[in-house]
Write a protein that binds this ligand. Structure first.
Ligand SMILES: [Ca+2]
Length: 351
């Protein structure tokens, strides 16, 4: 005779839920994306072009609302902080990140050597990128990627086109890898996993490097290592070529040399004629990199093609310089720790 009671439970629950939602004093909730005509149009478009089920997508949009934190984090600050290399550098160039980098290298030595051989990218650069991105897989982001990308695709007009493409790439990625799009976590901007690839980059550049027939950047360190190597190789990494060298200047360099940008376009010999010198082949082509800190003398470097390639990961000379210098520090520490055999010296030490 308990049966009627049992059937009542779901009904009661349903009533309670309905009442909870109907409470007049509860804070008004933002409408879901299912109320946004742009999201509906997006769903229909994906049905047409990629054979998604639009109703299913709209149902997922109905469960998702704009995330205010995402919008806060993506926006450039109202009064931008002055660029400061002095402040930026220690975020990544610190003892803990260097130490954890050497451990990461030791623990993944075989896969790093393999990735370096296959893609021509130095091991310490792969280690340093993973170190800067997520501190070697420790901070991969706790935002729902579907929610974050939907927020940026439909509530951030400035870059709506970019994020709609990434949302589309994400849904394709989830389908290909049989992932529940509602369950994938990442950064506020939708970057995923140990190397923080945007979905489009993951589909284009990521590789299965541990041989289990699937690309898993969230939990396979091997896949992350191979994918970073391949990303840099595909963006034009030049094996064995320099990344950056410090430059000496006499006086302040002409503004147009900095404005020439981060892509190498200046002949080293011509720069020497303008008082900017560095220990490098005068026939080389470089970019003039300025590492500015308020109240301090600017540090100048020459950045080469490989420096530019690192900025494909993140378009900032501070970022690329942090990756480069973190990599150097990690290699130096590897050398200091492993120099007992000739073989190790040859592998980890310079000269
Ligand atoms: Ca794999």
């Amino acid at each position: 005779m308990n049966t009627p009671k049992l059937t009542l439970v779901p009904l009661l629950l349903a009533t309670m839920i309905t009442l909870a939602h109907a409470t007049p004093n509860s804070a008004p909730k933002a409408p879901s994306f299912a109320d946004d005509p742009a999201a509906i149009e997006f769903a229909r478009d994906l049905e047409t072009r990629h054979g998604f089920n639009a109703d299913e997508l709209i149902n997922q949009f109905a469960q998702t609302r704009p995330n205010a934190t995402v919008l806060k984090l993506i926006k450039p600050p109202a009064s931008p902080l002055q660029r400061s290399w002095e402040r930026y550098r220690p975020r990544f160039l610190n003892d803990r990140r260097i130490d954890r980098g050497t451990r990461f290298w030791q623990e993944n030595a075989a896969q790093l050597a393999k990735a370096s051989a296959v893609y021509g990218v130095p091991e310490e650069i792969i280690v340093a990128i993973i170190g800067v991105e997520t501190e070697y897989g420790r901070n991969t982001g706790g935002f729902g990627v579907f929610e974050a990308l939907s927020t940026l695709a439909f509530n951030y007009p400035r870059r709506a086109e970019f994020f709609r493409t990434e949302l589309e790439q994400f849904l394709l990625l989830a389908r290909e890898n049989k992932l529940d799009p509602m369950a994938v976590k990442g950064s506020f901007a939708g970057a995923i996993g140990i190397p923080q690839f945007m979905p489009g980059s993951q589909r284009r550049y990521a590789v299965d490097f541990d041989g289990d027939q699937r690309v898993d950047l969230a939990s396979s360190v091997d896949d992350a290592i191979g994918s970073v190597g391949r990303f840099l190789e595909q963006h034009g990494w030049q094996a064995g070529q320099p990344i950056a060298v410090p430059a000496t200047t006499s006086g302040t360099p002409e503004a147009e040399l900095i404005q020439a940008g981060i892509r190498p376009s200046l002949k080293v010999a011509d720069l020497a004629g303008k008082g900017i010198t560095a220990n490098i082949d005068p026939q080389a082509t470089a970019a003039l990199i300025d590492l500015v800190s308020p109240g301090r003398e600017t540090e100048y470097w020459l950045g080469f093609e490989n420096f530019y390639v690192i900025t494909r990961y993140n378009r900032s000379s501070f970022y690329a310089m942090s990756v480069f210098q973190l990599g150097e520090e990690i290699r130096n520490r590897m050398c200091a720790r492993q120099s007992t055999t000739t073989e190790n010296r040859a592998r980890y030490c310079r000269v």
